[in-house]
Ligand binder design. Structure first.
Ligand code: XMP
Length: 189
């Protein structure tokens, strides 16, 4: 385990089973329809890559990037830096994929942007759901796990740009969250 991780919340095996389950639900609901998966960068890149490879029906893939003012572990005011092209969205069903649904601001904002861009419908799929922190009235249509209110990293989720490449989801040690710089090494596999 990485030395900055206090405990593992979700193992690689648990993640893989949950991704397969959600992929089956998406496949069942979207079969026979033109749809675009919109992956919200950067956090959902790992989840999206695993998810779409378990969906054996035609789909288009696009990316969006949302920036929120205000650093740290909470999200502030939103603006997009990158959005899919109009033809990737207009008159199509969209499956919006994100790493974590926390306050709900990111997905609520993204959904409105995609509807304004002409999407026929926008469904949402999240790897993690932290309902305890919700500020917007927003629920995901698909989710892999509900998690407690702790800051988590790994499987695409970062803290200060680090830990996205961990294959599991873990809680950071409080000392790291409080500002000590992330250590770069793995202590054991
Ligand atoms: P909102 O609040 O907009 O949150 O629903 C979505 C974004 O907040 C970040 N976030 C986290 N990132 N570990 C992280 O690495 C967490 O526990 C966490 N909680 C929220 C994340 O960028 C996500 O896209």
């Amino acid at each position: 385990m990485h030395r900055d991780i206090e405990r593992i919340l979700l193992s690689e095996e648990e993640i893989s089973r949950a991704v397969e389950r959600v992929a089956r639900q998406v496949t069942r609901d979207f079969v026979g329809q033109e749809f675009t998966v919109v992956s919200v960068l950067k956090g959902s890149c790992v989840f999206t890559a695993d998810l779409i490879r378990q969906i054996p029906i035609p789909l288009a893939l696009a990316f969006a990037e949302v920036q929120s003012y205000g650093a740290g572990t909470t999200s502030g005011t939103m603006r997009t830096r990158l959005m899919p092209r109009d033809e990737e969205i207009q008159d199509r069903r969209v499956l919006l994929v994100d790493d974590i649904l926390d306050s709900g601001r990111t997905l609520d904002f993204m959904k409105s942007e995609l509807v304004a861009q002409g999407a026929k419908s926008v469904s949402s799929c999240v790897f993690l759901d932290k309902p305890a922190r919700r500020l917007e009235r927003f629920e995901a249509d698909y989710r892999c796990f509900e998690v407690e209110d702790v800051f988590v990293v790994g499987y695409g989720l970062d803290f200060a740009g680090h830990y996205r490449n961990l294959p599991y989801v873990g809680a950071l040690r409080p000392s790291v969250l409080e500002g000590a710089s992330p250590s770069m090494g793995e202590v054991s596999p």
